[in-house]
Design a protein around this ligand. Structure first.
Ligand SMILES: Cc1cc2nc3c(=O)[nH]c(=O)nc-3n(C[C@H](O)[C@H](O)[C@H](O)COP(=O)(O)O)c2cc1C
Length: 205
């Protein structure tokens, strides 16, 4: 196996190190965060760091890069309190990836891609039309990670829309039935396939 020592990692050129370190934490969730500004401009951006924080209360979180440059999704959700998390389907990956381009605040990524906003039940942030799972979230808090100036942003889940065919009888959501993709590193999109579901694991007798 190829070994990268700490010293070797430090010496690598930035692009190579970024690719390497971004890939080795494993397959990541693939989501689009939808927000809207005070002045009514929508914003859409791809995030691969959405994590489950807890089921009751239902919370999720994501890692925000340092706020040394404008972070429109973050400023919008702090401004009007809400955001949406939308799973990316196989047929949306090219457009979803393009939302990471640095557009000025007054330009909406919805207008620059084929992705369309959709509003539901008076929720004040746009969902992504056709996303197989769409989650309405309220911004709750954010915590500075001092080691690298990133933030863990915490959102409370206020509602969830799920494609009917993906929900099983016990509430488990089978993501591959919606062709929900996963992200490898920062630019690779893959389509996982379910192998098996297991019962709750207990110690051997
Ligand atoms: C695959 C992928 C995953 C990304 N994940 C994150 C992430 O988890 N956190 C983050 O702050 N930026 C992430 N980004 C970068 C944002 O998409 C990018 O900075 C975007 O311009 C943010 O838009 P905004 O400023 O309108 O919020 C990711 C980019 C790509 C291509």
């Amino acid at each position: 196996m190829h070994y990268f020592s700490k010293a070797k990692l430090t010496e690598l050129n930035n692009r190579y190190r970024n690719n390497l370190i971004n890939s080795i934490s494993g397959y990541k969730s693939a989501n689009l965060i939808g927000t809207i500004s005070k002045t009514g401009t929508t914003n859409l951006a791809v995030f691969n760091s959405i994590v489950h924080l807890g089921s009751n209360p239902a919370l999720l979180g994501f890692i925000l890069r340092p706020t040394t440059v404008p972070r429109h999704s973050f400023s919008n959700m702090k401004e009007n309190g809400v955001f949406t998390v939308n799973h990316i389907a196989k047929n949306q990956i090219e457009a979803a990836h393009h939302t990471s381009a640095k557009y000025p605040e007054e330009i909406s990524e919805f207008d620059q891609t084929e992705l369309n906003p959709v509003y539901k039940n008076d929720f004040a942030a746009p969902f992504v039309e056709g996303a197989p799972v769409q989650i309405a979230c309220r911004y709750v808090n954010d915590y500075l990670i001092e080691e690298n100036d990133t933030r863990l942003v915490v959102g409370a889940i206020e509602g969830v829309y799920i494609d009917d065919k993906m929900i099983l009888d016990d509430g488990w959501v089978q993501l591959d039935l919606g062709e929900v993709v996963t992200i490898n590193g920062l630019d690779g999109y893959a389509l996982p396939q379910l192998i098996e579901r297991f019962p709750y694991a207990r110690p051997k007798e």
